[in-house]
Every structure is written in structure tokens, then in C-alpha cells.
Design a protein around this ligand. Structure first.
Ligand code: GRF
Length: 325
């Protein structure tokens, strides 16, 4: 990505089985200038789903495949094929009344979300409003969560409580919860797709990787987060750089063999590497994190390499031994 380029719009496929009012809410929210996502496909397991007509009228590609007579994994695979062909990097389930096969779910881990009409973890599954009313709850509500193999069980990303009125029926409550759903879903989706570009989120991810190295400890350096090996003579093996010195990058600085290797890295992959101000002179390389498609295993390997370069022998020996297995 060129310096200072805007965050690219994430491509989202929405899967529905019915009315698709949540899909419509996501779609119209995406029409706002500057919305960080766009809907590239609306898919359904029911060719008659009302939402498909709306999507088509709004110029969004649609795909429908009835599941009847198909094995679950086969149907999922066909849906996934359509989603990938549309170029989607996220899937939003919006009233998609299908349990998804574990392999499908795991391929989209962290990139597939669902909206559920209850305050999870309460009332997974169906009849949520009736169950909330019968339990005498003061509030029902809705939750948006990441999809995991267990039904309605993944990490909750956002919730809105909705007061239950004394004369509420499941239908009247459902109607008000739906208003809340329509507001909540696009907000949470925006938050999810912009995370990979946000410094606070990137710092959290990098810190977890850095601190998983033996005896690593966090220590600020010139006001920026850094990580060093433990002990009195601990040396820094990584620094977090958030748009320092006017640079557009959020990055992790890691140790290369020296300026020659740094130059070669930048030459080969200028979208990934840059020469950080001051640190570059001594062979520190900037590994850019606020860009699409960061390979976190690659980041982890560089952190480990950087750590090895400064860690005392007594610690690197342990890792060398582990590598032999
Ligand atoms: C919503 O209540 C949603 O929470 C649930 O299914 C319903 C779908 O409604 N998962 P719609 O098709 O979006 O109007």
C-alpha cells in the first residue's frame, strides 16, 4: 500500500435465509462515504428469500442454492465457493438458518460473524424473546459475535440491551430488538474490519507474540513500547513504532544482520519493509503492520529471530534444542 493510502474497503459476503432486514441495514450503512466495508455478495440457502430481491435491486450480486438433498459439507462448500469468487474477506451471517460444518467455520475464524437476538450467553438457539419474557428478565437484546464451532458461542463483539415492557409478547419485543440489531451490526462490522489497521489492536497482538519468547519483558524505550530479554543485562529485541517521525506506518522494528540485509528486504518487498528513522542506521528493520493481509506467522518468526540475536546463550540453547525435535 502506498504511504498514507486510505484503509482499503473490506469485502463482505452476507448470508441470509429470510427477510434480510439485517442485511439491508448492513448494505445501507455501507453506502455512507467512508464506510470501511462493502457488500460484495448476498447468498442464501433459499432462492425465495425476500432479501435476495432487495439485494439484486440495489445492484448487489446474489447467489442462492437450496440445501435440500445436499450434504451439509457439500452445501457449505458451494456457498463458500461463491463467497470466494465474489472476493469476500469477511462473512456476515444475518438470519442464516444453517448450522455450518466445522471445517468451513475454522477456515473463516475471526472473519465470520453472526447476529443473535439475545444478550449472549443467555438464550442461545431459538425462541429467545419468549424465553427472556418467561424468565422475567428486565431486558432482552441482541449480540454480534464471532462464529466458532459451537452454536451462538463465539466471542461477543458487541451487545445492545432492550427493555422488556410489562405487556410485551415475543413479537413486540422482537420488533424493538430488530431496531437495535440494525444499529449494532454495522457498527460492530466496521470495528472488526478496521481492527487490523488500528495501533492499539496491533500492539496487543505484537505484545502477545513478543512476550511468549523466553524471559521476554515489556519495557518502554523513548516513550514507545519495546521488548527485551530478561535479567540485568537485558537487551531490546523489538520496538513498536506508531507513525514515528512522520512515517505512515504502524510497525514492529526487528534486528536484521545489518544495513545490507535491511536494504535487500526493502528492495524485495517495499510494501512490507521500510527503513525506520534513526534505528535503520544500525540495521533495525521496520516490519509494517497496518496493511492488508499481514502474515502473523511471518511476524512471529522475525520476532524470534530478533530475540535470538540478543538473547543470552543459556536461553537460545533451549530453543536450539527444541528445534532439533
Ligand atoms: C434476526 O433476529 C437475527 O438476530 C436472527 O435472525 C433474524 C433475522 O432477521 N439471527 P432478518 O432476516 O435480518 O430480518
Amino acid at each position: 500500500m502506498p504511504a498514507n493510502a486510505a484503509v482499503p474497503r473490506a469485502k463482505v459476503a452476507v448470508l441470509i435465509s429470510g427477510t434480510g432486514s439485517n442485511m439491508a441495514a448492513l448494505l445501507y450503512a455501507s453506502r455512507r462515504a467512508g464506510c470501511p466495508y462493502e457488500i460484495v455478495l448476498v447468498g442464501s440457502n433459499d432462492p425465495e428469500a425476500k432479501g435476495l430481491k432487495l439485494a439484486a435491486a440495489e445492484g448487489v450480486a446474489t447467489y442462492a442454492l437450496p440445501h435440500k438433498g445436499m450434504k451439509r459439507a457439500e452445501h457449505d462448500a458451494a456457498m463458500e465457493k461463491a463467497v470466494l469468487a465474489a472476493g469476500a474477506d469477511y462473512i456476515a451471517l444475518a438470519g442464516y438458518m444453517r448450522i455450518l460444518s466445522p471445517a468451513f467455520v475454522s477456515r473463516w475464524e475471526g472473519r465470520m460473524l453472526n447476529i443473535h437476538p439475545s444478550l449472549l450467553p443467555k438464550y442461545k438457539g431459538l425462541d429467545t424473546h419468549l424465553r427472556a419474557i418467561e424468565a422475567g428478565d428486565s431486558h432482552g437484546g441482541c449480540s454480534v459475535h464471532l462464529v466458532t464451532a459451537e452454536l451462538d458461542d463465539g466471542p461477543v463483539l458487541g451487545q445492545t440491551p432492550v427493555a422488556i415492557l410489562p405487556d410485551d409478547t415475543p413479537d413486540t419485543l422482537a420488533g424493538r430488538v430488530l431496531h437495535a440489531e440494525h444499529q449494532l451490526y454495522s457498527r460492530v462490522l466496521e470495528e472488526l474490519v478496521t481492527r487490523p489497521y488500528r495501533a492499539d489492536w496491533l500492539l496487543e497482538k505484537v505484545a502477545a507474540l513478543a512476550l511468549s519468547l523466553p524471559e521476554a519483558e515489556a519495557r518502554d524505550s523513548h516513550g514507545a513500547p519495546g521488548w527485551r530479554t530478561g535479567g540485568k543485562s537485558g537487551k531490546f529485541f523489538a520496538y513498536f513504532s506508531e507513525r514515528h517521525h512522520g512515517e505512515p506506518h504502524v510497525a514492529i522494528l526487528v534486528k536484521t544482520d545489518g544495513p545490507d540485509e535491511l536494504a535487500a528486504l526493502i528492495d524485495r518487498d517495499p510494501a512490507i519493509w521500510y527503513r525506520p528513522a534513526y534505528y535503520g542506521a544500525s540495521g533495525w528493520a521496520g516490519l509494517i503492520l497496518n496493511r492488508p493481509g499481514v502474515d502473523w506467522e511471518h511476524v512471529r518468526q522475525w520476532l524470534e529471530r530478533s530475540w535470538r540475536a540478543v538473547a543470552p546463550k543459556r536461553l537460545t540453547r533451549l530453543i536450539d534444542a527444541a528445534d532439533e525435535f
